[in-house]
Design a protein around this ligand. Sequence first.
Ligand code: GCU
Length: 620
Amino acid sequence: MTRSTLRTFSPRACFAAIRTFAFVVAICLMCAKAFAAPAPIVLTGSDRRPATSLNGEWASIIDPYFSGLFSFHHEEKKNGWFMNYKAKPGDPFPTEYDFAKAPRLNVPGDWNTQRPSLMYYEGPIWYEKDFTWEPKPDTHVFLHIGAANYHSWFWVNGQKVCEHEGGFTAFNCEITQAIHAGNNFVVAAVDNTRHEDGVPGRETDWWNYGGLTREVSLIEVPESFIDQYDLHLSRSEDGVIEGWVHVVGKQAGDKAEVEIPGLHAKATADIAADGRASIHFNVHGLEPWTPETPKLYKVLIHAGHDSIDELMGFRTIETRGTEILLNGKPIFLRGVAIHAEAPYRTGRAWSDKDAETLLGWAKELGCNYVRLAHYPHDETMLRAADRMGLLVWSENPVYWALEFDNPKVLAKAEQQLDEEINTSRNHAAIILWSMANETPNTPARTQFIETLATRARGLDPTRLITAALLVRAQGTTKIVDDPLGQALDVIGVNEYIGWYEGHPDSADKTEWQIAYQKPLILSEFGAGAKAGLHGGENERWTEEYQANVYRHQLPMLNKISQLRGMSPWCLMDFRSPNRPLVGIQDEFNRKGLVSDQGQKKKAFYVLQKAYKDGSIGKAE
Ligand code: GCU
């Protein structure tokens, strides 16, 4: 179109052209919407709802080139393996997969520890499960996924129901339109390939366990249902429980009701147009949740025809200067850091038994607190912490270096943060939301995490925001002045004096300079030791060396006046691809105080003594 012809265009013709163009765009958007499955949703307290479990054996097909989903032009196939097509004689095309004949994988479970051939596998694997269903009238049905690492796609009866990115948070796919009475099948594709623009990125110091790593089930809810709620003890008014209940598809005049039979307390509230009902009521004789007395109350939440039977503790957490106050009293967090590595069998932890074993060792150490690293742990772990009385640091997997200047990466981190907080916000045990671990001190990083911290405070103003920072050194002085500290309520600091730098006794000469008048948690320190390997206290990898590091660390830490907690790295040895030292590490990070086979190392008792005799953390 030349300049002269443009000049001759009438305004009417222009308008007609714009209108046609707008119409075409609208059509395209509608089509895209039709093929794109709805985004999965968060269902708070989903583990407290009756559900039909889909755990157990699933058929599985390894698909390194992802040819089950993508054509060789990398377009998503219309008739991919998600159709679970059964070949028929006379078909004019070959069917080159058959779930019925495929080997099985257990769900929940990472695939790496289920088959030696999959230990190092990174890529897509297909899962298929048949199930029967009897639909009830006027209900929604959700496919609940406890977690799927890392990128996952789900189809029910060949219909795409959702897609999700992020390996450590629960999500729920609406399948009401796809499910039917009688026989059904669900197909999932899970790809644990690491990406530069992933959260976490390509480098981690933990094994990239892939698969449907947490429980899978079907959850049926009424037409209008409770998707999220938040109930907590007010910080500002004594004996007041406040919060909200959010209802999807509320009917006019519907009310939300919260009842705590154990306190003879009940509150009813109108559900506003946005589906939220604000809750605020007095309770008398409430026993606040503490690690020593982890009192849990049955809490019944009703709205319309929906109800949830919760089990919750109530406590307040806040800071005052450099103090951390639990229920208004100063507390010192005697902790240890824990990866979701299953004791004894190894692989991704998911069961009550895994949680009770790990947290049982923490209690035995004398802990009142645990740092669950470096990603949101399973609801089973959090329920166990509520029950067993362990305060929790929960972390979003913003770990080491990410593409901090990439808005898409920020959106992924925000999505995972939303899922973490909205799923787990009612655990009394959780007191700290950690935004990140050991991220490089750059302006893009600081802005990225400040954005997350603001978002977390907006989502949950009742807890403390933290992150594990790196420290810099000037001679024998450790300086904590990372600008990110501004955005945090509690400063977490990682250091490895005596392991990655210096000798165990280097700690004796170390001074600390902290730029913030805020509570400080020593979120990581430690040393590697092979359980059962003995020798001189300056002989690396021996239990004596690790114990020696602890013996020098504790008095150093006691000199830090604003130290309000610690979580040595770490409770149990865990698998890591960065640890190839044969005969010592054998692909395990050996900084555990307990080996993956439950052997307690000498340092376990050094820390236990300090926690039990009160020689560390005099704040209380
Ligand atoms: C880091 C990191 C951990 C890692 C540990 C180690 O500080 O946060 O994820 O495992 O050091 O090197 O053992």
